[in-house]
Design a protein around this ligand. Structure first.
Ligand code: HEC
Ligand code: HEC
Ligand code: HEC
Length: 428
């Protein structure tokens, strides 16, 4: 064999070895996969499953707007294309009617379908992998007791090569390990329960975490998550200037998750959906546990007074125009001095959603308006009207710049381009 021939043979062997390793990491079953089903009384399991499905907001992703509950078909947008959620009703040909509790556990725990297909991580199995076998069985029992709906699953529409099984195997080799929630003996039982819910079932980090170029969650928690289609920015739970709640009293965190409202902040946009569909239905004990865990999350060090430092002085004409627009369109609800009305209209003075570096949510709120979630604690939330047809991009940028620099707020200006990006993405 020539030298080039030998080198080529070695290269081919190396590539084959790498391929086999990737494949193995992608499809191997961890020992826990064979964890035995846990026998529980059927009625009890179903009730528990219904509750757990709330905690995991399975309904939110697995239901088409206006469609049958759990019949799937909802488009989940990702930077790599669209994935459609699956039919989880017990219909035999199209849903999970033929599935065993083992098959179901393998999907949640290992991200593999009944036929062995590797599932796309648009299904947050990087979080659901922490669900216990007992909780998986309860979810299964409950879903199997729902009315079957015949609705065929849609193939994912991911750009080549992202949807291929080889690409998924590669991704999983890099970023996914089937996990169990290890309890931390140095923490209270309450903290551990909170960690289980927040990191596992409720998959909070799937929105709130920053992602790398291949869509995997970054470790550490600095920076929040940019949601697809400019739908919003889920601020970091590890940053006091974003969504960190380390400084909030425990009761305010519980109130936020239970009612969508609190003295410290309120839920809007995609977070309003989470409160509406999921957290408002959880028991007080579980909300206390989640709040305990969230409050104890390590926080990134406070940034330098960056906002003030980079806030560029805005021209006098623009300042006046901003104040004028605010007066005409916003003051009647948010108050002359941005003080808001407690329980009805959020204060804009001192509001971290207004001075946050990421402006997407604020632009979104003004373009499209919004409602806080309707919850038992706040049954008739007040609404914010949409200004998409009332104000142009320049005016919206000007009034938002006013918000960010008035009443003690000190954050950099909002540009017309930032508004234009959100408007264009939503118009598609
Ligand atoms: C963020 C959206 C989202 C949430 C939340 C979510 N799912 Fe899914 N799920 C998906 C998507 C998308 C797929 C399809 C993935 C694919 O086709 O590769 C899926 C697939 C599945 C599958 C595999 C079905 C099959 O036919 O292979 C099961 C089982 C499942 N989900 C159960 C659940 C349960 C139980 C919950 C709640 C604890 C849940 N999902 C929450 C988006 C979600
Ligand atoms: C579907 C994506 C999504 C999921 C899942 C999600 N969030 Fe959020 N969250 C957001 C967005 C977007 C915002 C910013 C809008 C707002 O402030 O309400 C937000 C805001 C927040 C805030 C800041 C509120 C404020 O006023 O400062 C907290 C705290 C929070 N979320 C906690 C959670 C917890 C706990 C979970 C898990 C139970 C969770 N989120 C799950 C998208 C999400
Ligand atoms: C009819 C009353 C009303 C008017 C007029 C109004 N808003 Fe609002 N605004 C609300 C309500 C209610 C919310 C909370 C909505 C939600 O939770 O989705 C809100 C939310 C917001 C938010 C998000 C705050 C946060 O904490 O997430 C911003 C920013 C905002 N408004 C700015 C404006 C601006 C700028 C104008 C004028 C162009 C305006 N609003 C006019 C009622 C109003």
């Amino acid at each position: 064999m020539t030298r080039a021939g030998r080198a080529l043979a070695v290269l081919v062997l190396l590539l084959a070895g790498l391929g086999a390793a990737v494949w193995w990491l992608g499809v191997r079953d961890a020992p826990e996969d064979r964890a035995a089903a846990v026998p529980v009384a059927a009625e009890e399991a179903r009730a528990r499953g219904a509750y757990l499905a709330r905690a995991g907001n399975c309904l939110g992703c697995h239901t088409l707007r206006g469609g049958a509950p759990y019949a799937g078909g909802r488009a989940i947008e990702t930077p790599f294309g669209t994935v459609y959620s699956s039919n989880l009703t017990p219909d035999a040909p199209t849903g999970i009617g033929h599935w065993s509790a083992d098959d179901f556990w393998r999907a949640l725990h290992h991200g593999r379908s009944r036929d062995g297909r590797l599932l796309a991580p648009a299904f947050p199995y990087t979080s659901t992998t922490r669900i216990t076998r007992a909780d998986s069985d309860a979810l299964y029992a409950w879903l199997m007791s729902q009315p079957p709906v015949a609705q065929a699953n849609r193939e994912p529409a991911l750009r080549w090569p992202f949807g291929t099984q080889a690409a998924l195997a590669f991704w999983r080799a890099l970023y996914f390990r089937p996990g169990v929630q290890a309890s931390d003996p140095s923490q209270s039982a309450q903290w551990n329960r909170g960690a289980y819910l927040v990191q596992g079932l409720a998959h909070c980090a799937e929105c709130h975490g920053a992602r790398n170029a291949l869509g995997a969650l970054k470790a550490g928690g600095a920076g929040g998550g940019q949601l697809a289609l400019q739908e919003g920015y889920a601020p970091s739970l590890h940053d006091r200037a974003e969504a960190g709640v380390a400084d909030w009293p425990l009761a305010e965190i519980v109130a936020f998750l239970k009612t969508g409202q609190s003295a410290r902040g309120h839920a809007s946009g995609p977070m309003a959906e989470v409160v509406l569909q999921s957290t408002q239905h959880l028991s007080d004990a579980d909300l206390q546990a989640m709040a305990t865990y969230l409050k104890a999350l390590p926080q990134v060090p406070d940034a330098k007074p960056s906002a003030q430092a980079t806030a560029k002085p805005t021209g006098a004409a623009r300042v006046q125009r901003g104040a004028r627009l605010y007066e005409d369109h916003c003051a009647r609800c948010h108050g002359e001095r941005g003080e808001g009305v407690p329980g009805a209209y959020p204060a804009l003075a001192g509001n971290r959603a207004v001075v946050m570096a990421q402006t997407t949510n604020m632009v979104h709120a003004v373009l499209h308006g919004g409602f806080a979630p309707a919850t038992a604690g706040n049954p008739r939330p007040f609404g914010m009207p949409p200004y998409v047809l009332v104000l142009d991009d320049a005016d919206i940028a000007t009034v938002l710049t006013h918000l960010r620099s008035a009443w003690g707020n000190a954050a950099p200006e909002v540009t017309e381009l930032e508004v234009n990006r959100v408007r264009a993405a939503q118009a598609r």
